[in-house]
Design a protein. Structure first.
Length: 314
């Protein structure tokens, strides 16, 4: 067994303080542009959709405006669908998959749903290609009251007025090789615990809600994505990233307990996608297309079975 070198910041076994967070922040560098990659695309969508700023990250010396894209002809009698991407900014297809969905597919749902799409929840992390925000906080463990993450708090404020009216929420993510090489070791160092090496699943999978798993819904999404890219198998323990695989390509988490983005509404249908962009069997285009396929399949199932949502609750 190969021993992993200690993380270069902090003392093993001792949680980080302000000095360690500052040292970590000093190592971060802008690698891509939120304005060029994301805001420019959102601008092209203004002619067809309502675009509004729902917050701004106050990250001195920079400010990062946060944008939501909505259906132009909003109707109170229609169900609402929420799509979120870039909660973890380094998970590229979450951002670009959300934008691609709006550009290529959203119009086909006009008159059937009200759409709310927040394509890049964590723009600072998008630019740095990182999982955390600039305070070394994971936004996707911070969707709770008095959130320590500006990104999470802003999205919760956006969603609060429609929380009880959302039929389906799809949160777009990736699982990457850097989860194992950088982000899990960094997390262990930050929290002063021993790192626990794991395996990165080769393929797409979903994370459902253990409190309301909706197995038929999850499998409908898996079936649609399987036409675009391969689905992750279970490991030798019957697990994906340490959780039992409950059906092909599906695991469940207690979303609310963990403060995950997919818990921010009371939608009966919710899922978190996990694309694997580092596979030699998948291209960046396939990763984006997989996210789009997942959103469309989730919406199609929810619209066809919405009245039966309570039947599957467990």
């Amino acid at each position: 067994m190969t021993l992993q070198a200690p993380y270069p910041i902090g003392i093993p076994g001792i949680p980080w303080g302000a000095a360690e967070v500052a040292a970590w922040l000093s190592r971060q560098a802008r690698k891509r542009s939120y304005a060029a990659d994301v805001l420019s695309v959102i601008e092209t969508l203004r002619a067809r959709f309502d675009v509004s700023e729902y917050g701004c990250l106050d990250y001195t010396p920079d400010g990062y405006p946060l944008f939501a894209i909505r259906s132009r002809d909003w109707r109170d009698d229609l169900p609402t669908v929420l799509v979120t991407g870039g909660v973890h900014g380094y998970e590229t297809s979450g951002v670009h998959g959300a934008l691609q969905f709006v550009d290529q597919q959203a119009a086909s749902y006009e008159g059937r749903v009200n759409l709310v799409v927040a394509p890049c929840v964590s723009p600072w992390a998008y630019e740095m290609i990182h999982r955390w925000n600039m305070h070394a906080v994971d936004p996707n463990r911070s969707f709770r009251d008095d959130s320590p993450a500006q990104e999470s708090a802003a999205l919760m404020r956006l969603v609060a007025p429609i929380r009880d009216r959302v039929l389906v929420h799809v949160d777009l993510h990736e699982t990457t090789e850097t989860d194992e090489s950088e982000f899990r070791p960094a997390l262990a160092a930050r929290d002063g615990v021993a790192p626990e090496p794991g395996d990165i699943p080769d393929g797409f999978y979903l994370v459902g809600d253990s409190e309301n798993p909706q197995p038929a819904f999850q499998q409908a999404v898996i079936a649609a994505v399987a036409k675009v890219t391969h689905i992750a198998p279970a490991d030798s323990h019957g697990e994906i990233i340490g959780s039992p695989m409950v059906s092909p390509g599906v695991i469940n988490y207690p979303l609310k307990t963990l403060g995950l983005c997919a818990s921010i509404t009371n939608a009966p249908y919710k899922t978190t996608t996990e694309v694997y962009p580092d596979s030699p069997r998948a291209t960046a285009e396939q990763c984006n297309a997989a996210q789009v396929a997942a959103v469309c399949a989730a919406m199609d199932f929810a619209l066809a079975h919405g009245a039966g949502a309570s039947v599957e609750r467990s």
